[in-house]
Design a binder for this molecule. Sequence first.
Ligand SMILES: [Zn+2]
Length: 428
Amino acid sequence: MRFLLLLALLAASALAAQKRYDGYKVFQVKAKDLPSFHAIAQLYTEQSSIYDFWTEPRSLDDPIDIMVPPTYMQAFDQLLQTHNLHHRVKIADVQSAIETNLKGQAAPSVAQEPRSRSGSLRYKLNWTEYHDYTTIVLFLAELAQNYPDIVTLITIGKTHENREMYMVKISNTQTASPTKNAIIVDGGIHAREWISPAWNTWLIHELVENYAAHPQYVDNLDWYILPVMNPDGYVYSFADDRLWRKNRNPVNGPCVGIDLNPIFLFARTEGGAAGNGCDQTYHGPAAFSEDESANVRDAVLSVANGRTQAYLTYHSYGQYWLTPWGYTADLPEDYPQLFDLAQNAVNSLTAVYGTQYTIGSSTNVLYVASGGSDDWAKGGAGIPYSYTVELRDTGDFGFLLPADQIIPNNLEMWEAMKVVAEYVTGIV
Ligand SMILES: [Zn+2]
């Protein structure tokens, strides 16, 4: 009895340690003219340590989701009125939304898990809930062990908190050839975007465990997949703060963390990312200053020879398929080809459930946001078809996407990936 009480106390203290969001609201704001858009953009650049922009200001057409803490509700309301901004409350209480949609910590009964071919206990990972970093790593390790002809698990370095970072190489050793084209995929740069690793693990599973259904994708292509690029942040988002975005480097005094996305900018001073250490988008002291981004850069450069044709970086949310450049409104020379492939991929994914994705063209972008790893992949590593994909949804749940949407998200995204894979296979 005393033991049970102790357990209950421990559970309560674990919960108490998590950051709470009681009374926080997420507003969807829409600028109706240029001056009101600039007012929001200014809030983003100057006060993103207070107002957490769940989506970046992109253009007049795109709504912007902003999380407001209870103590700033009045000030925010005033701003809405001053600039006559269209708005509505999307999430009335963020803490309740977190508690409703929090999945992943409950360990399933080991005895009920199916067994793998080797007879050992099969991995616990599934796509009906979100999983912590350890579970993801065990899944990767088991696939590498069970499918040595196809899967190689590569360690690419350590994080700031000394966690091992992994890249999965999927390549059929029977059909190995130096002329095979390759695709690089990353996910989980931003810790709170849980759907991104949940899609990346599905992609790995589909290529490897469903190999027989479509051997051509593995026989004719090499894949390099980095499912969780920010393990420290991801672990923190499970244990301490569901809405954590950055890594866990305490370089900026009281405000921990650097946004790993603009760290990749190969022209990072042009706009977007904030320079204040407390901001959600704080970009750190220098490009590739962070262990995580330097490790990924080195890993990508080591495999991104002339035959790597596509780089896809997965984020959430908003349902966008974005083409470079993110850091400037200029278009790359091969934009028509980039757009065509994006259009075909999006058509295929929409055909599954009707989910609409907006293909990002820089022509309607008013505010130059910080570029990400796709900008660098194209401009720095020379990979022609580089995209940022912002996964489900469009803001009803945002980062707190319910786990029952993981499989639909993955099924439609797999159709898009098949289009990219087939296209890349055909490039000679
Ligand atoms: Zn992101």
